[in-house]
Design a protein around this ligand. Structure first.
Ligand code: 4NP
Length: 147
């Protein structure tokens, strides 16, 4: 799960997916990363943390890190939140196989729509509820496809 800062959208996506995978007893590795360096080493934004906790998902101990080229080797799929993330991740791809791993996460719910999960960082708390709901649906689709 990849976003810009790795403190709002992608840690929520990581927590949601891990929570659902554990419930379904799926043996998958889940992680998240950001494209920017600003928040490396920090825990998620308090609003992301609060919102996730409200829905029973604990992301309080996650620690932000930056995306690295080696993530193409570690993961089968790389879900990004918006088109900027997509372009940034693809710019680090080494092969066509790497590029094929990358997709916008909302294409899980609406295939081919290329809709973004809009950055809630500069808005109010309600933006985080909206992000949670979008990511929750997308992760349901993903988990169902892996069962
Ligand atoms: P995220 O939100 O990409 O969902 O983690 C952001 C958080 C911080 C910044 C940008 C986006 N920032 O520029 O500090």
């Amino acid at each position: 799960m990849v976003c810009l800062g790795n403190i709002c959208r992608s840690p929520m996506a990581e927590g949601i997916l891990r929570h659902k995978a554990e419930k379904e007893d799926l043996d998958i590795e889940v992680d998240s990363a950001g494209m920017g360096p600003w928040h490396v080493g920090e825990n998620p934004d308090y609003r992301a943390n609060f919102t996730a906790r409200k829905y029973g998902v604990d992301i309080s101990t996650l620690i932000a890190r930056q995306f690295h080229e080696s993530d193409f080797d570690r993961f089968d799929k790389i879900y990004v939140m918006d088109r900027n993330n997509f372009a940034d991740v693809v710019s680090q791809a080494r092969t066509d196989e790497d590029i094929k791993k990358v997709d916008l996460i909302l294409n899980l719910t609406k295939p081919g729509s290329n809709k973004p999960v809009t950055d809630p960082y500069y808005g109010g708390d309600e933006g985080f509820d909206k992000v949670f709901a979008l990511l929750d649906k997308a992760c349901d689709v993903l988990v169902n496809s892996l069962k």
